[in-house]
Ligand binder design. Structure first.
Ligand code: SAH
Length: 432
């Protein structure tokens, strides 16, 4: 399927050309690509070593009635035989073995045997692959890949490594939606995907998140969603900044919910791109509920939450053997003592493990005081990571007793993650 732009009848690069060329080689370069329907059809594989082991899974996946002819086979091939997935004739090749087969593979390490198999196959008009000499058979095995129902086969013109590289490129492009988004346009089902974009670095979104983003007609993005991902979107995609939605009398979240439902009902595919994970202080579940209530198809793609990813990339593990056996993620958006707060700061103060505070920058004086009052030691190490995973990332370390003062002095600004606990000192070990 991937052929350099040459005229018909010309061989691919990598093939010999000019006078004295090997006719078999030129013929292989002109091989016709086809998909063999092998379901319940006999395929004879002569040889039971590593090469056979690599070829067998796709033959079996195609439903072929596989017979392996070899005095000895690898344990994996033996297991397939033992499991009844193929038939193993435990002996050397004998003339006549190819009889009744639709396809043959000569995969022994003995060129004489492979040549004999190929010759018998040729006489019987059975297409045959020769592992030791691609030009000595009547078929060549392409580098294959799969993406959903799409199958890719690439012949590299005698250069299997080139074939594999091209195959990988095509598979990656499909996975990332670079090809499929165009091909499937129009045929896709409308709906909403609530996608966690990860902590900020555009590379930290999941493969699925990126794929769905490539399918989007509309992207509704949070302020903390990775902005780098938005820059990659093609011009026809409507990008809505959720923070700037006109609201009328509705609350911000209601306006977002209404927009998601409205665009999906227009038949467009909507990606709601959020920072971190949608369900960690992300209000993602409210959006799911709104879609379900409106009868709009909705799917959720988890993301790397900043609560874990930001400290991790700053060199702070949330748990460590012998140091912390617990990590609690807590929102600091309400001050301790606020009647609306659902956080038991006194209980948290008694923890020995790691405390991760999100949305807390503005109230760190009250939070530190609550933890100290509740009994956590003032000497507990604390790290504040601002703009984690982004180019401006900045980590400030201090101790709990000095936290409030440090935040003011260092002019820490949101978004920032505050990590309280002995694990912070592990990060110092890396930095020193
Ligand atoms: N759903 C998100 C969290 C949303 S709450 C997630 O799973 O990551 C917003 C808070 O997340 C911010 O106030 C800040 O505490 C934290 N945060 C998000 N991205 C951050 C980043 N890149 N660096 C530091 N903190 C971040």
């Amino acid at each position: 399927m991937v052929e350099p732009g040459q005229g018909p009848g010309r061989e691919e690069p990598g093939q010999s050309s000019g006078s004295g060329q090997d006719p078999g080689r030129a013929a292989t370069g002109r091989a016709y690509l086809a998909g063999l329907v092998l379901d319940r059809r006999r395929v004879v594989v002569v040889g039971g070593g590593e090469v056979a082991q690599r070829r067998l899974p796709s033959l079996l996946a195609a439903g072929a009635d596989v017979v392996v002819v070899a005095p000895e086979v690898t344990p994996a091939v033996e297991a397939l035989a033992g499991g009844g997935e193929l038939t193993w004739w435990a002996r050397g090749y004998r003339p006549g073995d190819v009889e009744g087969a639709w396809y043959a593979l000569a995969l022994t390490s003995d060129p004489g045997v492979n040549a004999a198999v190929a010759a018998e196959a040729e006489a019987a008009r059975v297409f045959c692959v020769r592992a030791d000499d691609a030009t000595g058979g009547t078929a060549v095995t392409p580098a294959t890949g799969r993406h959903g129902r799409v199958r890719i086969g690439v012949l590299g013109g005698g250069d299997p490594r080139r074939a594999a590289v091209v195959r990988d490129g095509v598979v990656d492009a499909l996975r990332e939606g670079r090809i499929d988004s165009l091909a499937r346009r129009g045929g896709k089902t409308p709906g909403v995907a609530i996608v966690g974009g990860g902590p900020g670095d555009p590379d930290l979104i999941t493969v699925r998140g990126r794929r769905l983003l490539a399918h989007a007609d509309v992207v509704v993005a949070d302020r903390l969603a990775p902005q780098g991902l938005l820059e990659e979107l093609p011009p026809h995609v409507e990008v809505v900044d959720a923070a700037k939605l006109p609201r009328g009398r509705a609350m911000a979240q209601e306006a977002i919910n209404a927009l998601l439902v409205d665009r999906a009902r227009q038949g467009r595919y909507v990606v709601r791109l959020k920072g971190g994970d949608p369900f960690v202080f992300g209000r993602g579940f409210e959006e799911v509920e709104a879609c379900v209530a409106a009868g709009v198809a909705v799917t959720v793609v988890p993301g790397i939450t900043s609560a874990v990813g930001v400290p991790g990339l700053a060199g702070i593990p949330l748990t460590h053997r012998g140091v912390a056996h617990e990590a609690v993620v807590v929102s600091g958006h309400l001050a301790p003592g606020d009647p609306e707060s659902l956080v038991d700061w006194t209980a948290l103060a008694r923890l020995r493990g790691t405390l991760v505070v999100l949305m807390g920058v503005e109230r760190l004086d009250e939070i530190a005081k609550a933890l100290l009052d509740g009994g956590r030691s003032g000497a507990t190490p604390v790290a504040i990571v601002q703009d984690g995973t982004l180019p401006g990332e900045r980590t400030t370390t201090t101790v709990l007793a000095d936290l409030a003062e440090t935040v003011v002095r260092e002019e820490v600004r949101p978004p920032a993650i505050v990590v309280v606990g002995e694990v912070v000192a592990l990060g110092d070990r890396l930095r020193s």
